[in-house]
Design a protein around this ligand. Structure first.
Ligand SMILES: NC(=O)c1ccc[n+]([C@@H]2O[C@H](COP(=O)([O-])OP(=O)(O)OC[C@H]3O[C@@H](n4cnc5c(N)ncnc54)[C@H](OP(=O)(O)O)[C@@H]3O)[C@@H](O)[C@H]2O)c1
Length: 383
């Protein structure tokens, strides 16, 4: 049984730009915007995804490999039963793809979403390499919604969209992006002929939610959350995505947690078993904010804790429940997606939090997504 299949993957857009917003210069040679540290960061992001998508023009101009470079990351994926490299995905309206492009090299599943009128031409061009790539009729005009639901059906839970400008703009304009990682390089291109983010209209969903700013070598990384529902939904969706990083377990849930300060700053994140075997996600995030002598970070008294699963109110593995940790830290507000099924303990965390004066918001629209990460535990109890 396949369990719950989300209607579309979590879509993470990733690109590097110059300080004046260009994705490349206008010369035939590819402009390198990221340094080694940022390329390594992207490699880590790739390793956490099931598919990497680029537009057909990026394949034509940059001929990217779309592989995971670090062998330790490939080994980590293999240990989790995943292919060494994510699937490679592209989309095309014309079918103009060179079968000798590195995109078609062996080593990863290759998916080509093609607009219906160009299918015959694409099949003719790809020739014998079609047997190493799957050519998919994505409608006329090509439908991004169809492509994402088809990727979900193929088991893609996280899709990384790496450009170029046209494809990134199409996802933003259609409101189909959950996250944007923007690496800003410390120089200008200053050439209007160079490509940049190409939005056909205003981005859907209003302003993005800034979740992180970080120096990575010489570039500034800006991590934005997008998508419907405003900051609560966005931070909670991010918590669900963190739960995918949990070391697997047959006897404990995989949960993600994000603690956000009053001013919207992300104070800490955590996921189950992140530091020690019996760790719960909320416990890990709060541990990161507690100094041995000074006690809990005072910012927690105005913070919101987002957790993909309701914080535990009973626990066999350790004496203090997550409800206990949250109340002790003075956190006034908790937002969660999924009510704990009665598999391991009686899940009365929400009621206990409310009784302790904590404001609790449940966003059940994200419950199935949170549960899908734990489907190996819940299949027998699922409806
Ligand atoms: N800085 C970075 O992080 C970064 C990352 C990637 C790329 N880049 C740069 O970006 C530039 C390429 O960007 P670009 O905007 O020109 O091209 P692109 O976004 O890579 O690809 C556009 C192409 O993808 C296909 N496509 C996209 N949306 C489609 C839709 N909704 N329906 C059907 N087909 C669709 C079409 O292919 P067909 O033409 O085959 O129909 C379209 O021409 C290059 O200079 C590259 O170096 C920069």
């Amino acid at each position: 049984m396949l369990g719950f299949v989300p209607s579309r993957p979590y879509v993470l857009l990733s690109c590097a730009t110059s300080a004046d917003g260009y994705l490349d210069d206008a010369t035939p040679r590819r402009l390198i915007l990221s340094g080694p540290a940022d390329l390594d960061r992207v490699d880590e992001v790739r390793a956490g995804c099931d598919a990497i998508l680029v537009g057909a023009r990026t394949i034509r101009t940059d001929n990217p490999r779309l592989l995971i470079r670090d062998p330790r990351r490939r080994a980590r994926r293999a240990a989790r039963g995943l292919p060494a490299h994510p699937a490679r995905v592209t989309l095309t309206a014309t079918g103009d793809l060179d079968p000798r492009a590195r995109f078609f090299d062996p080593g990863a599943l290759r998916l080509v979403y093609c607009a219906t009128p160009a299918l015959t031409a694409a099949r003719a061009r790809l020739g014998r390499r079609e047997d190493s790539a799957v050519l998919i009729d994505a409608g006329d005009p090509l439908s991004l919604d169809f492509m994402l639901s088809d990727l979900a059906e193929r088991g893609v839970a996280r899709a990384l969209v790496e450009g170029g400008g046209h494809v990134l703009g199409a996802f933003l304009a259609a409101g189909l992006a959950d996250e944007l990682n923007l690496a800003v390089a410390p120089f200008f291109v200053a050439d209007p002929a160079a490509p940049r983010l190409d939005l056909p209209g205003p981005a859907a969903g209003g302003p993005m939610t800034l979740a992180e700013t970080r120096r990575v070598g010489e570039v500034a990384l800006l991590r934005y959350l997008l998508g419907p529902g405003g900051p609560d939904h966005r931070f909670l969706r991010w918590a669900v995505e963190l739960s995918r990083q949990c070391p697997p377990s047959d006897s404990a849930f995989s949960v993600g947690a994000v603690v956000v300060g009053e001013d919207g700053e992300v104070l800490a994140t955590g996921f189950s078993r992140e530091q020690e075997d019996h760790d719960h996600a909320e416990e890990v995030a709060l541990r990161k904010l507690t100094q041995r002598k000074l006690g809990p970070d005072p910012r927690l008294r105005h913070a919101t804790l987002y957790s993909s699963l309701v914080p535990c109110g009973a626990r066999a593995s350790r004496p203090v429940t997550c409800v206990g940790h949250i109340v002790a830290a003075g956190i006034p507000r908790v937002v969660f997606a999924w009510r704990e099924p009665r598999l391991f303990t009686a899940g009365e965390g929400a009621e206990q939090l409310r009784a302790a004066g904590v404001s609790v918001t449940e966003l059940p629209g994200l419950a199935e997504r949170a549960r899908s990460v734990n489907v190996h535990l819940t299949d027998t109890s699922s409806t």
